[in-house]
Design a binder for this molecule. Structure first.
Ligand code: PMT
Length: 403
């Protein structure tokens, strides 16, 4: 499952407390989530966990000093660059001493210099004995750090290194990662919004071994699903037969075969969501009488009677409380004329036009070339791009209109 931490650049600042031994697990969880991790330790932290362990796990040298004294060139560890590199900075464990210095801008080591240079969100996970945790100066420092915009991951209760029991135990590594993931998620622009996306082809059975289908791969719909969840939306992906894999904890995938099944699944969910994106290539007709046994080769010609499938997009467009509706149009000629007609008939808020006449656009390929048509018939044309980038353009247009 993809985490919101995937692809993020994370600085982990380790200070001198016994909970430092747990940072090995924090690094492992961050790496497992797909983040790039660099570790800075205070000199005192090196007494609690070895830099070798953390550099092995993070796959980067662990930094403590402003210069690398063991390096024959004595290179400079640039705290400003480190601060700018990071998408987020986690200080764990955060000792009372380091927090006090963070509050007062007292910069006597690389970790504190980087903290003061960082422009990214800073999370801190305090860890100390229970009486230190309760001390008025510690509480005041928590408040000041929060007032500066830092985010505290509260300590838990339990057995402490002193042998006493109470509040001050650093949050467990899993809790720290979960806290950060939830925080990032809650700040995404589409957090709290939900969406149904249809994708892929439909297969309309002729007999048990044959069907009427089309060349849609599901790639465009999958890219849209991932882009929507990257912005925090919850997605129900209703997918015709497709080999494309899409995994994310915010995506519920429902596999269907026929247009009728897709219609049924869409109507079970559509009234619960804010946005509907219809990128599936749905068969307009299906065999009127699919048979139970394989049709034998006999006559020179075979006639299959077809009946119309329900139009899923139109049926949603006709709902009284329809969601914000994005339709697609795949055309082969007179593209704009047909697209305008579809937008009107199907009552879409945005219509995404792609043409089979454009090389590298439409079915199966990894790229697409689209035009976006809004309710006022404004047309925006886009260059040919990977479908992941096309999805970004479409989702940006949606965001501008639904927020
Ligand atoms: O899956 P890929 O290989 O990545 O290819 C992507 C794509 C080419 C399939 C995609 O970009 C695309 O154009 N999807 C719509 C294809 C299509 O069937 O277009 P249409 O013009 O026939 O349909 C118009 C709209 O009505 C579409 O939103 C379609 O999902 C919807 N529709 C059509 C018929 C029907 N019975 N029910 C529907 O909901």
């Amino acid at each position: 499952m993809t985490s919101v931490l995937s692809g993020k650049k994370v600085l982990l600042g380790v200070t001198g407390g016994i909970a430092a031994y747990k940072t090995t697990y924090i690094v492992r969880l961050l790496i497992k989530a797909g983040a790039a991790v660099k570790v800075i330790m205070t000199p005192a932290a090196r007494d609690f966990v070895t830099p070798l362990t953390l550099s092995t796990l993070s796959k980067h040298p662990v930094l403590t000093h402003f210069t690398n004294e063991e390096d024959e060139n004595d290179t400079w560890n640039n705290h400003v660059e480190l601060g700018l590199w990071a998408d987020l900075f986690i200080i764990a464990p955060a000792t009372a001493n380091t927090m006090s210095k963070m509050v007062n801008g007292n910069i006597d080591n690389l970790l504190l210099a980087t903290y003061c240079s960082a422009k990214c969100p800073v999370y801190f996970a305090p860890a100390m004995d229970l009486d230190m945790y309760k001390h008025p100066s510690t509480s005041a420092n928590f408040d000041k750090l929060a007032a500066y915009g830092n985010l505290m991951i509260p300590a838990g209760e339990g057995e402490l290194a002193s042998g006493l029991s109470g509040k001050g135990r650093m949050a467990e590594p899993e809790e720290i990662i979960h806290f950060i993931e939830q925080d990032i998620q809650s700040k995404l622009v589409l957090h709290g919004k939900s969406c149904v996306i249809t994708a892929g082809p439909t297969y309309e059975a002729i007999d048990p071994v044959r069907f009427i289908g089309n060349h849609s791969s599901g790639k465009m719909g999958a890219a849209l699903a991932l882009e929507m969840v990257n912005h925090g939306a919850r997605v129900i992906l209703i997918m015709g037969p497709s080999a494309v894999k899409v995994e994310h904890h915010l995506i519920e995938r429902i596999d269907v075969k026929s247009a009728q099944q897709m219609y049924d699944e869409v109507h079970k969910k559509i009234t619960q969501v804010d946005i509907g994106i219809f990128s599936a290539a749905v068969a307009d007709y299906r065999p009127a009488n699919p048979v139970d046994q394989k049709i034998k080769k006999k006559a020179d010609t075979l006639h299959i009677e077809l009946v119309k499938n329900p139009d899923i997009l139109s049926s949603v467009g006709a709902l009284k409380n329809k969601p914000f509706l994005v339709g697609f149009a795949l055309e082969t000629e007179n593209e704009l004329v047909h697209a305008f007609a579809k937008a009107e008939k199907k009552n879409t808020d945005l219509l995404i036009l792609n043409s089979m006449r454009d090389k590298g656009a439409g079915f199966g390929v990894d790229t697409n070339k689209i035009s976006i048509i809004d309710r006022d018939k404004n047309v925006s044309d886009y260059e040919i791009k990977p479908k992941s980038e096309v999805a970004k353009d479409i989702v940006n247009e949606i965001i501008q209109r639904v927020l």
